[in-house]
Design a protein around this ligand. Structure first.
Ligand code: 475
Length: 825
């Protein structure tokens, strides 16, 4: 009998009258709680379920809309998504903020009180993962038919505890309680094969390959809704979880091989156990390699399934699908799609290659040589023997072409090969990604130039048309509307709310830089935000700071190239000055705030944290300096922490060695919230400078060419140390164990590395950095001018919306247009 579906089509709408009923329903019948027994977590859960219902309505409608449109789909493949909390974000994007508040008023429940009960989703390391999250928000907001694919790690990025000044990693058990935002889609489970051998056979004289894998893992999808802002669109983020198939286990089990069966099961399920916590240090770990293939294999099968609903002619594939690779982490996709088309769908090699090449885009996020992924050929032999054959064949054809274009040049063949021969045979994943994609992009103008000129010049010469730039952006929904509601409200009051989906509208704020009343309100908001931050600092670290201090902030992964070290050395310098000259009459308090995680195996980064903490301890407790400087390291940096810190910040530290930071996105979040940047001419800082105007940003230091010249000349940091009394004083103080009385010598490795190598040119930039800070301090004294500059920063950040970035991807790379419901429907 056919069901009558008419009733199910009737949609619930966001009506404040019914919200309380929904809420009570969930509390009682899902949670099994009443007013006496409900905990705050129960209330949060019931609130989240209530909101989820409304999301699901729009989610289902979006699927219908996209299916009817027959539009080309965007598949965004990223091993990382740093989503942060979703509860507030979903309410705000649904536009349900007011209704929700009013609807629950009669119960005396204010939803905002319960946001801390949500476990944060932190399935990423840093910039790359957060960018993916901003992109999801923009794609949904722009009505783009996009699906994000990722992995459902049981443990996200580790929790950072501080123990006696050292970072200690603890597991992030984000799934310990229910994850209300995910839905298991068991019906779309897919098998993923590994290992075994490849058999060769012939059909009509054509050589064919049959991969006989040795074991199989299942990929189970969990879908999370991605709510667009104010447009009724809800896209999908599909995360794969690994599980070992029961039947497979049973076979071994029945043969009496219980232990092997169980350990294989455990082994298979470890695939999505944990996110690799390495930010740009090649870990070369076999499990990571298998994790990547698991991810790719699940996602490509799913993409194929969706494609086959639309067409059975694979030549249509590039018209129906575009797959964007978020760095090389999912780049085995290229070999995987070839394998499916050639081995399973029996397409001729050249046809398959043509389809494949047209379907991929590759985004590079880092040029640090240690981060360019290369996988040992051995790993392929053990786990993906057929993919290795495919890569070898692609390489053979590719090098053939290169040699035709460059007759007699053997060195170019060695340089461009997909295979690195020495010292160990490895596959260069970036080369595979470039030859298998229609588009290769960097993430800021300077970074895209560096890619073309320094990192991949041979590839640029061969395929100049592929290379392009897509400067990063951030979503104004999370990073202004949600994180800084008071500022958002003030802006909306003055220029209307269009800025939320068209950030260029902020330009209209420029005229208010000269409006005294506006400046007063702007300052007041900053002060209120500072009060919140000061409270948080006290709770998290026990350090008491003044509400109206100057907040100078560096929050990001700890990495030598980002130069947190230069920042703390400068703080030590300021401290010495204060002690020596006691020149602190009516100077404002300066709070130097740090937060960020170090990769667990990155010794130097961990020692930098230790140095910051030790310096903090000494400075914060030295009565001689009358609290004029406070140094704070807030443990366990995460998205929700950034949301509190950024709106309260005066000075944003973006001080990487020129040429090293691909783009940076924190720099954008700060400027959008009215912090002034102290920055090097690196990554997107340069573009921020061009937008806000040179007079509204503090740049300093060697530029990329000067750094290059230093690197190629003979840079002698020791000489700088001996000639520059400021540097000498600071280093000598550290070496005298002033900051490590009870652990003498612990900072020797840091000092040594600076004195003998100084790879990231900390000494070379130190004076310029110091002078720049002096200038900032002078300018801060003129509060009126400062606020003007801050307002102009906000007003001129329109370019850095991720909506702009995504529009560019959609137009130039993906060739996909927004899907809008037909009028009148
Ligand atoms: C850049 N992460 C920023 C940001 O484009 C840039 C690498 C290997 C393994 C795991 N994670 C990584 C990155 O490479 C990364 O986060 N790169 C960053 O991407 C977005 O703004 O400058 O450093």
């Amino acid at each position: 009998m056919k069901a009558n579906w008419d009733n199910i089509d009737a949609q619930i709408t966001m009506q404040k009258e019914s919200l309380a009923n929904f809420f009570v329903h969930y509390l009682k019948f899902f949670g099994g709680k009443d007013r006496y027994s409900a905990s705050e977590l129960d209330v949060y859960n019931a609130l989240a379920y209530t909101i989820r219902d409304h999301i699901i309505e729009k989610w289902l409608a979006t699927k219908v809309l996209y299916n009817k449109s027959h539009s080309k789909r965007i598949y965004y493949l990223s091993m990382e998504y740093l989503l942060g909390r979703l509860f507030s974000n979903n309410i705000i994007n649904l536009g349900a903020d007011k209704e929700f508040r009013e609807g629950l008023k009669k119960l005396g429940v204010d939803w905002e009180d319960y946001t801390p009960w949500e476990r944060e989703s932190a399935l990423g390391n840093g910039g790359l993962g957060r960018l993916a999250a901003c992109f999801l928000d923009s794609m949904a907001t722009l009505n783009l038919p996009a699906i994000g694919y990722g992995l459902r790690y049981e443990y996200g990025i580790f929790r950072q505890d501080i123990c006696q000044g050292y970072q200690v990693e603890e597991p992030d058990e984000w799934l310990k309680f229910d994850n209300i935002w995910e839905m298991k889609r068991i019906e779309h489970t897919v098998p993923v094969h590994f290992g075994g051998e490849v058999e060769t056979y012939h059909i009509d004289g054509v050589e064919k390959f049959n991969w006989c894998p040795s074991y199989t893992v299942l990929g189970i999808p969990y879908d999370m809704p991605v709510v667009g802002y104010g447009n009724n669109i809800v896209n999908t983020l599909r995360l794969w979880s690994a599980k070992v198939s029961e039947e497979f286990d049973l076979q071994d089990f029945n043969q009496g091989n219980y232990i092997d069966a169980v350990s294989e099961k455990v082994e298979g399920e470890t695939l999505t156990k944990v996110l690799y916590p390495d930010d740009r240090t090649e870990s070369g770990r076999e499990l990571r390699f298998r994790q990547q293939y698991f991810f790719v294999c699940c996602s490509i099968q799913d993409i194929m399934r969706k494609f086959l609903k639309e067409s059975s002619d694979f030549r249509d594939f590039p018209k129906k699908a575009v797959i964007q690779l978020n760095d090389t982490h999912p780049s085995i996709s290229i070999a995987e799609l070839m394998r499916i088309l050639v081995d399973e769908k029996h397409l001729p090699w050249d046809v398959a290659w043509d389809i494949t090449r047209k379907s991929f885009g590759y985004t590079n996020h880092t040029i640090l040589p240690e981060a360019l992924e290369k996988w040992p050929v051995e790993f392929f032999q053990r786990h993906l023997p057929r993919h290795l054959q495919i890569i070898y064949k692609l390489n053979q054809h590719f090098l053939q072409e290169v040699s035709v274009q460059n007759p007699g040049d053997n060195d170019i063949l060695r340089r461009m090969s997909l295979v690195e021969e020495y010292p160990q045979k490895k596959i260069r994943m970036a080369h595979l990604a470039i030859i298998g994609s229609t588009s290769v992009n960097g993430v800021s103008e300077i970074h895209s130039e560096i890619l073309k000129e320094q990192v991949m010049p041979d590839f640029y010469n061969s395929f100049p048309h592929k290379f392009n730039n897509k400067t990063n952006g951030i979503t104004p929904r999370r990073w202004l509307l949600q994180a800084n509601p008071s500022l958002a409200k003030l802006i909306t009051e003055k220029i209307g709310k269009e800025w939320i989906t068209d950030l260029s509208q902020l330009k209209k704020l420029e005229k208010y830089a000269d409006d005294k009343d506006f400046r007063k309100r702007f300052d007041k908001i900053k002060l209120e935000n500072k009060k919140k931050l000061a409270k948080l600092i006290e709770i998290e670290t026990g350090v008491v700071v003044e509400d109206d201090a100057i907040f100078d902030v560096q929050i990001k992964r700890i990495h030598e190239y980002k130069r947190q070290l230069m920042n703390i050395l400068h703080v030590i310098h300021l401290y010495c000055e204060l002690r020596d000259h006691k020149n602190f009459k009516d100077a404002p308090q300066r709070v130097f705030l740090f937060a960020g995680k170090a990769a667990p195996g990155y010794y130097m980064a961990k020692m930098i944290i230790k140095l910051i903490l030790n310096v903090a301890k000494v400075i914060n407790n030295d009565e001689l300096i009358k609290d004029k400087i406070k140094v704070v390291f807030i443990p366990n940096y995460k998205v929700s922490l950034a949301e509190t810190i950024i709106p309260a910040t005066d000075i944003s530290e973006q001080i990487s060695t020129a040429g090293k930071e691909a783009s940076g996105t924190g720099n954008m979040k700060f400027a959008l919230n009215g912090a002034l940047t102290i920055g090097t001419l690196d990554g997107a800082n340069i573009e921020i400078m061009n937008e806000v105007g040179k007079e509204n940003i503090f740049t300093f230091g060697l530029d990329i060419d000067e750094i290059k010249a230093k690197r190629e000349g003979n840079y002698e940091p020791y000489q700088l140390y001996s000639e520059n009394p400021n540097i000498k004083k600071v280093i000598d103080l550290i070496q005298s164990n002033f900051f490590s009385l009870h652990e003498p010598g612990i900072f020797e490795p840091i000092c040594n590395s600076l004195l003998t190598q100084d790879q990231y040119f900390v000494f070379a930039d130190f004076n310029a950095y110091m002078e720049c800070h002096e200038k900032i301090l002078q300018e801060y004294k003129n509060q009126k001018q400062w606020t003007k500059k801050a307002i102009l920063n906000v007003a001129r950040m329109g370019k850095f919306s991720s909506d702009r970035t995504i529009n560019e991807y959609a137009a130039d790379i993906w060739k996909v247009s927004p899907v809008k419901p037909k009028k009148g429907k």
